[in-house]
Design a protein around this ligand. Structure first.
Ligand code: FPP
Length: 267
């Protein structure tokens, strides 16, 4: 019997779509090793997955897509791999520039981008500036990014403001803290996807993921394309997000705490 095609991404219910999806793109090295190829080949094919998932997210109307492209800890990889990843990032930024601008996508970056070499930083800054007025989707690249590092930076900022008298310590509620993070302008994080079978956050969006749904798949990132992304979104569609409330409360429509605001008090 012929296998039925999986439902296309277009079959997803728009009302059940996440607004903000973040992806830990893991498994490039293993994908390459399994084929006897150098690790960078895995990253190169992984960049194709970036294109496929970005296109699909834009078509579906997802508002924000955040990709963990290079962690603060990835600088410790062999220098040749770091250099190759930076060249790949440059090629991506140069090669995708037209598609990003034509599709009204706004590019942003989070992380210590000042550490990036000029070959990647220059096209990154140019595309961030040139896409600043686009509004159909925000594509955020996490580059030299660490969740703990971003929380520590926000703490430092708050302490500077307290010291200068601009901020009262009592004002530091969770919402006020969120506003100091580099993700402040993005919708609340709804879904984190991680490929390659690992089940951890690896210092990615630690604060932001407080109420996010987590989706893990054994597929390696270079194999993760449109249909795999649709499968993750279908899984998300089935989740019940309670934000610390009970199912009965949600059924009764007492969702006064829905959204990130009140969610902090939940369990
Ligand atoms: C993790 O796989 C992946 C990375 C550290 C880099 C991610 C980069 C890309 C997907 C391509 C470039 C990105 C853009 C935006 C153009 P791994 O190397 O840790 O794999 P392994 O765990 O199998 O070794």
């Amino acid at each position: 019997m012929a296998m039925m095609d999986p439902a296309p991404p277009e079959a997803l219910r728009p009302s059940a779509l996440p607004r903000h999806v973040a992806v830990i793109m893991d498994g490039n090295g293993r994908w390459a090793s399994a084929r006897g190829l150098p690790r960078i080949e895995g990253h190169r094919v992984g960049a194709e997955s970036v294109r496929s998932v970005t296109r699909t997210a834009r078509k579906l109307g997802i508002q924000a897509l955040t990709l963990y492209a290079f962690s603060a800890q990835n600088w410790a990889r062999p220098p040749a791999e770091v250099a190759a990843l930076m060249e790949l990032l440059r090629d991506y930024l140069v090669g995708e520039r037209g598609e990003i601008l034509d599709n009204d996508i706004r590019l942003r970056a989070i992380g210590d981008t000042g550490r990036l070499p000029a070959i990647a930083r220059d096209p990154l800054e140019a595309l961030i500036a040139d896409s600043a007025d686009n509004s159909s989707m925000i594509l955020t690249l996490a580059l030299s990014y660490g969740g703990r590092e971003s929380i520590a930076a926000a703490c430092r900022q708050a302490m500077i403001e307290v010291k200068s008298g601009q901020r009262a310590p009592e004002s530091m509620e969770p919402e006020a803290f969120s506003a100091l993070l580099p993700t402040a302008a993005l919708p609340p994080l709804d879904l984190v996807i991680r490929t390659s079978g690992e089940r951890r956050l690896s210092n990615f969006l630690l604060w932001e993921a407080a109420y996010a749904e987590l989706y893990f798949t054994d597929e390696l990132w270079p194999d993760f394309r449109r249909e795999s992304f649709a499968a993750a979104l279908r899984d998300y569609e089935q989740r019940e997000r309670r934000f610390g409330q009970t199912s009965a409360q949600l059924d009764a429509g007492h969702d006064t705490m829905a959204g990130e605001k009140g969610a902090i008090a939940g369990t």
